[in-house]
Every structure is written in C-alpha cells, then in structure tokens.
Write a protein that binds this ligand. Sequence first.
Ligand code: PSU
Ligand code: MN
Length: 303
Amino acid sequence: MNPYLDISPEVQQALAEGRPVVALESTIISHGMPYPKNVETALRVERTIRENGAVPATIAIIGGRLKAGLSEAEIEYLGKTGRAVAKVSRRDLPVIVAKKADGATTVATTMLIAHMAGISVFATGGIGGVHRGAETTMDVSADLEELAQTPVMVVCAGAKAILDLKLTLEVLETKGVPVIGFGTEELPAFYTRESGLKVDARADSPAELAAMFAAQRGMGLKGGMLVTNPIPQEFAMPKDVIDAAIEQALSECSAQGIHGKDTTPFLLARVAELTGGDSLESNIRLVLNNAMVAAKTAAALWK
Ligand code: PSU
Ligand code: MN
C-alpha cells in the first residue's frame, strides 16, 4: 500500500471482503457549503451510502496523511474550519504532505486517493470544468485531466453553469472520458435538469452503469467515467433565478480580480448567498441523490 495513505479500519475491512465502497470528497464540505449544513450533509451522505448497501470513505488530508475514511470528529473539524482549510488539487499534494498540513480534497485529488486505496466509485455534487472565458484565462479545472487518467467513476449532477458547459464537454471528449447521463440524454446543469447539451450515452440502471465501467476496465483503458445524474425535479431551481445569480457572481469575480484556485469557491459561495437557502437545499438534495446512485452502482459492480 502507498506509505502516505491511511485507510480507516472499516473501509479496509470492506475492501478486503470485496464489499462495495464509495469515496466522497471534502472540498464540498470545507469550500462548497456553509457550516453547520456542510457537516450535517456530509454525515447524511455517509448514511445514505450505507442505506444503499455500500461503505462510505470520505477522503481528505489530515496532518499530511492521505485519509480514506474519516471519523465524525474529522468531518466536523473540516466543516467548522471551512475555507481556512487548504483546498488541495493534484498540484498541491506534495506541498501539503511535506508540511504535514491539513487539506480538503477536490474531485481530482479525491479520485487520485480513492484509486490509491482501491476504491473505484465516487459520489459528489458538481465537478470543475472549463470556465467561461477560458479562451483567454486558460482556467480549466484539473478535475478534467484527472478524469482522463485515473480509473474512477465519478457520479455528479453535471456542472454548475458558472462554467462553460459546452467547452467542458468538448474537453472531456478530447480526453476520451465517457459522459453518461443517468436516465437522460441531456447534460444536467447541477441546479437544473437541462442544459440543452447532449451527453455521449444514457444508462437507466446502476447495473447498466456497472457494465459500462466494467467494460472500460476490462479493455484496460486508462481514465475514468463521468456519470451525470439530474437533480430530482421537485428540488430543481427556476432557471432564471439561478442564471441571474450566476451572472452577478461572475461579474463580481472579474471586478475583484479573483483568479486561480479561489475562483470556484468564490463563485460557489456568491451564488449560494444570492439565491439564499433555496440553492443550498437543492445542493444537499442532489448530493444525496448522487450518493444513492453511486452506492447502488458500487454494489452492482461487486456482484
Ligand atoms: N463545483 C461545485 N461544488 C464544489 C466544487 C465544484 O458545484 O464543491 C469543488 C469540487 O471539489 C471541485 C472543485 O473538484 O470545486 C473544482 O475546483 P477548481 O475549479 O478550482 O478545479
Ligand atoms: Mn481553475
């Protein structure tokens, strides 16, 4: 096993017995939602995974150790510390580990650590992607590069329209990442079920997702798979409300000269503030929905 990695006893036992495990990220806890809803949600997501037949492994870096499987106290700590915890993407890992610091893992780093631990299914809310205006800023999330090289299935609700969703799909296509719609042919846009853009293929059951992932592994193809699971209709936001908040957040972001790794957390926090509690509730519901699909797919994979 990787000498930098600690797998919790429960996760280790599940993996040894060949039982399904689902990885969860921690940037969504520290940078994606406000305290205390972030901690409540993280614990609720873990329960949902258990109720659907899998073992949760929340991933983070604590004292420079890569952790697969966190205690409730560690989740509480990350949630309470919030944006003061380092947001760790692939390029930040060597520094955080060498300094024995704490870090919240993005989709990219969570995939990387999940793979080190032998976990192949991961549930989250939204992934990073190509930012609007990337043709001049070159701001493209490392999540896309990780999907291109690390063999983990990521179940998400698409990506927020703070990004350029069309360009995000183009980059995923170039990098050979299958984008599968769960019960849909359309790419969901996180708070809303529609984007007007088509995914590569549709799957209607966890068994179908498992078969696609097994084929990717069986052929020895590198890279992961992106499953996009639309938010349940009853929790979706009105498109005009969310679009107005995104436009305002984007213009404040450029007016304040925010760039690099601060861009996404700034936009997430601003959109949440501008839309009030409604968008937070939608966010929580879609994560729970993704956890359910990921747990069922992990269970189907192990059959
Ligand atoms: N999008 C969301 N919620 C999130 C994130 C993105 O709707 O919490 C987080 C995830 O951890 C994702 C990261 O991996 O932001 C992407 O950051 P960047 O754009 O800097 O790569
Ligand atoms: Mn970026």
